[in-house]
Design a protein around this ligand. Structure first.
Ligand code: HEC
Ligand SMILES: [Cu+2]
Length: 492
């Protein structure tokens, strides 16, 4: 009798059998069976629920309460925030790819509005919005299977949607991939957003929503985690040298895109727009869309304070969008030295002229009309031109913040140096002021100032330069001050 299959036939059969097993295996993997149930752990920013250790999907029950609460927006400033869970941004939700989420949205009986939730992690119409429309004092329940791993924004989508978002209704949901995320030492939750208030930035009291500013996309506040200073002082994020940090960043908007930057650090890995892949490495500033996210990971090599900003800089400088990460641990001077020296720099043209002079036959040619004479105890003697150049720099670094660019001062606060009768009347006194600062009432050009100028710890050479400079700038005309004169005043 012939064998049922010849040899080739047997090989083909075996191969087909393996293929069948393979596809069966794949199929199995795709539809992992949901086992058991658990209540989601929810956290307020900047904290994140612990990583998921399960290697199977489960039913996750989320209970989230919408509440309208008057709370701090900045020092002395409050706002009626509409919240998912009592704070802005809303609670962080962490689930695993394949989980079945049973969402219970509670609207507090004290609410004035209907609210709902649109989670960008949902596959289904409205991201859950229609199924979750909830009147004050009601609870809605709906379920969804999280099919796509990634970091997603959720927000209220009750019309007018912009208003509900502007009042604080947004948060993040992380869908961890099946294989989990690589372990890191610290994870934090930071969400940027804007507030449109009728008052300007810092105007005290309870602030009302300003529709026109919102339409114009001109917020009074741009903040991290719902208020100015949420990540400053005691509330700064913390980490240690050698640690790896992961930031789950979101942008609630409602309008602005964030150019997110961490001053002094580089993002080693970026999941652009919060997707499941590391899409870029070694990034300085990353874009986060309104209603979008980013996952950023970096290792800290050097201790110190690092600053989180939206690099659209006036948002950081004038609207509150700034936070800190404080890193403790041992210095590593080979990576970052800190300041190694601070020397006087006279500008390249000065130097070149100096070289030419030295090369010129017949010795030094004095530059400027009032050379400052003398043996100055080791310090390089400075001529008038050098004194003025150095003085200008000392002024720019030490005085301009108060006395202003053209020495005009600020009315009632900082007296003018420009055409100041007080300054020009007494050279020695002006040296003493640059040396020790000044406090108590002074009259400058007929106006009385009673404020304090701090001691600035300048060297004698810097003092000679800056006093020479201010006495010969901004319309002032006087004689130069030598280092010797400064030393004499110091000795008194
Ligand atoms: C932090 C602000 C601040 C800085 C920085 C500062 N000053 Fe002043 N300065 C003041 C104030 C305030 C007064 C008036 C003090 C008072 O009321 O007693 C003053 C007064 C003076 C006066 C006398 C009043 C006048 O207008 O002639 C001189 C001169 C002067 N400063 C020079 C300097 C120089 C030079 C520097 C930089 C090296 C400097 N100041 C840096 C705040 C400052
Ligand atoms: Cu709402």
């Amino acid at each position: 009798m012939r064998p049922f299959l010849n040899e080739t036939g047997r090989i083909i059969a075996a191969f087909a059998f393996i293929l069948v097993l393979f596809f069966a295996g794949c199929g199995n993997e795709k539809s992992e069976e949901i086992k058991g149930e658990e209540n989601a752990i929810l956290t307020d920013a900047p904290y994140v629920p612990p990583p998921i250790t399960r290697d199977y999907p489960t039913k996750v029950i989320v209970n989230l309460e919408v509440k309208e609460v008057v709370s701090r927006l900045a020092d002395g400033v409050t706002y009626n925030k509409w919240t998912f869970g009592g704070k802005v941004p809303g609670k962080f939700i962490r689930v695993r790819e394949g989980d079945l989420v049973e969402f219970h949205l509670h609207n507090h009986p004290g609410s004035t509005m209907l609210h709902n939730i649109d989670l960008h992690a949902v596959t289904g119409p409205g991201g859950g919005a229609e199924s979750s429309n909830t009147a004050p004092g009601h609870t809605s329940v709906f379920s969804f299977k999280v099919l796509n791993p990634g970091l997603y924004v959720y927000h209220c989508a009750t019309p007018p949607v912009g208003l509900h978002i502007a009042n604080g209704m947004y948060g993040l949901i992380l869908v961890e991939p099946k294989e989990g995320l690589p372990r890191v030492d610290r994870e934090y939750y930071v969400m940027q957003s804007e507030f449109y208030t009728q008052g300007n930035f810092g105007d005290p009291g309870l602030q009302m929503f300003d529709m026109q500013k919102a339409v114009d996309e001109n917020p009074s506040y741009v903040v991290f985690n719902g208020e100015v200073g949420s990540l400053l002082g005691d509330r700064a994020l913390k980490a240690g040298v050698g640690q790896t940090v992961r930031l789950f960043i979101g942008d609630g908007g409602p309008n602005l895109v964030s150019s997110f930057h961490l001053i002094g650090e580089i993002f080693d890995e970026v999941h652009m727009q919060g997707g499941s892949l590391v899409t870029q490495k070694n990034v300085g500033t990353t874009l986060i869309p309104a209603g979008g996210t980013s996952i950023l990971q970096f290792k800290l090599e050097v201790p110190g304070t690092y600053t989180l900003v939206d690099h659209s800089y006036f948002r950081a400088q004038s609207k509150g969008c700034v936070g800190k990460l404080v890193v403790e641990g041992a210095e590593n001077k080979t990576i970052y030295s800190g300041k190694q020296s601070d020397e006087i720099y006279l500008g390249s043209t000065e130097k070149e002229e100096g070289n030419i002079q030295q090369a010129a036959p017949g010795g030094n040619i004095p530059v400027g009309n009032e050379p400052v004479s003398g043996k100055q105890g080791g310090a390089t003697p400075m001529d008038a031109k050098s004194l003025m150049a150095t003085g200008q720099q000392v002024f720019a670094q030490n005085c301009v913040s108060c006395h202003q660019t053209n020495g005009q001062g600020i009315p009632n606060v900082f007296p003018p140096l420009a055409k100041s009768d007080f300054l020009m009347a007494d050279k020695e006194r002006s040296i003493r002021i640059a040396m020790h600062g000044l406090t108590g009432p002074v009259t400058v050009n007929g106006k009385t100032y009673n404020n304090t100028m701090p001691q600035l710890s300048l060297t004698d050479q810097q003092i000679a330069a800056v006093v020479s400079y201010i006495r010969n700038s901004f319309g002032n005309k006087g004689d130069m001050v030598s280092v010797e004169e400064v030393k004499r005043v110091r000795g008194k």
